[in-house]
Design a protein around this ligand. Sequence first.
Ligand code: CA
Length: 517
Amino acid sequence: MTRPGIASLLAVLFVLVGSPAAARAAEGDSRPNIIYVMSDDHGWQAISAYGSNRNKTPNIDRLAREGMRLDRFFVGNSICAPARATMLTGLHSHANGMMDNRTVFDGSQRTIAKMLHAAGYQTVMLGKWHLESEPTAFDYFDHVVGQGTYYNPEFRRGGLADGYEQYTETGYVTDIITDKAIDWIENRRDTDRPFLMLLHNKAPHRPWDPAPRHLTLFDDVQIPEPATLFDDWSGRGTPAHTQEMTIAEHLFPRDLKFERPWNLNESQRRMWDSVYGPKNDAFNAMALAGDDLVRWKYQRYVKDYLRCVQAVDENVGRLLDELTHSGLDENTIVIYTSDQGWYLGENGWFDKRWMYEESFRTPFLVRWPGVIPEGSTSTALTQNIDIAPTMLDAAGLGVPDDMHGVSMLPVLRGHTPDDWRRSLYYRYYEYPGWHSVRRHEGVRTERYTLIHFYEPDVDEWEFYDLDADPGEMSNAIDKPRYAEKIAELKKELERLKTLYHVPPGEFYTVPEDGRRE
Ligand code: CA
């Protein structure tokens, strides 16, 4: 039989058995691979494609140059594990059950990994998982245990069968995770089928331990301070005054490198001490106080943070080079994002959690040659509930009606529909909790943010016109000129809660046991 003859026969057979995934595999599956690189706590202010005045990220910037940069991409709950659960499920926190960092993720629910796996995709998860339950529906996973450590991290690897192997690697976590990605692409992949790879960096999460090669990077420069480093929050409500995330007061000695990582080997320890030892001696000799001490802490904190970002950026470059080397660069979607935004000293803060722009808004860059126009940007309102739907759409699959998100592909192609969403829903739950940010929910449109701190002992509203006050420095909730807009947004908030089936009243309770961070 001739080749076309075989192909025709197979086509008939596959119509009969009704297996599109199997049919595609036999015909040479042309569906795109998807590599989803997500860092932990990487604020858009620390990416040069987003205009950073503090660092350069040439490899991440490549994705902006060769694809699209989203300028209004947000999360639904600005904290690590909930953001990961939303990415996997396309659902806001109340619907996937992951409202805080203490809950154990229910891996039996519908996830993007499960859906793509059922459709014939290979699924692989590498790096920081942070959902407490073991990954489900991944052909292969190799994830850091818990928060993981920057040096010599512990990993668990397994797959679809029950159980896992736990072991310790030697080296620097960001390099190791990308090593695993390259190894999987070169040695473990079934080349006949497309794949979904989740590559989740630990970096640049607290306590910001740089790679050995970056320990002295930025030593000879002063990193610019944000204009609001000494903010007194006088323009904001009560919750801004009761948080515990200031650079002035709330960084630990470990964060500031007065303590070293607990698990360095002998040579790493010598190297570490040779760098931080003299710097700490110099600090002690200065006996700084007041604003000078805050400025010093900012420099120490932000330099270590940016050093961690530097290793992330280099490893994005290694990954992109590997795709070219493997011939996968044309038909692979590469996404770079973070689980949420982050404070680099704005308002005097580090950490995340708030519905204010630094933590609510999140970087998102994506390359898909031939589909996403090179060097494009979009200001369409997009959110992490859209990630799973977008992946489904890219794989040629339908998006279930009960997912909260929608496919961003029209936006990414440069054709945002006229009826694209006009508002986003946000809710933060974890109080009492780390950094003492009060529970709140709100709505964000292109121009306005309305926030409700809804606990009975606070019950305060905040409103910001981002055109007039992009730094959200002055709560305009009582300004008469905005009264009509605020009333409209309060209605819009209720509309979104109905749309997403948010239960009425307070339905969140703090788990009794569980992790504290
Ligand atoms: Ca995070």
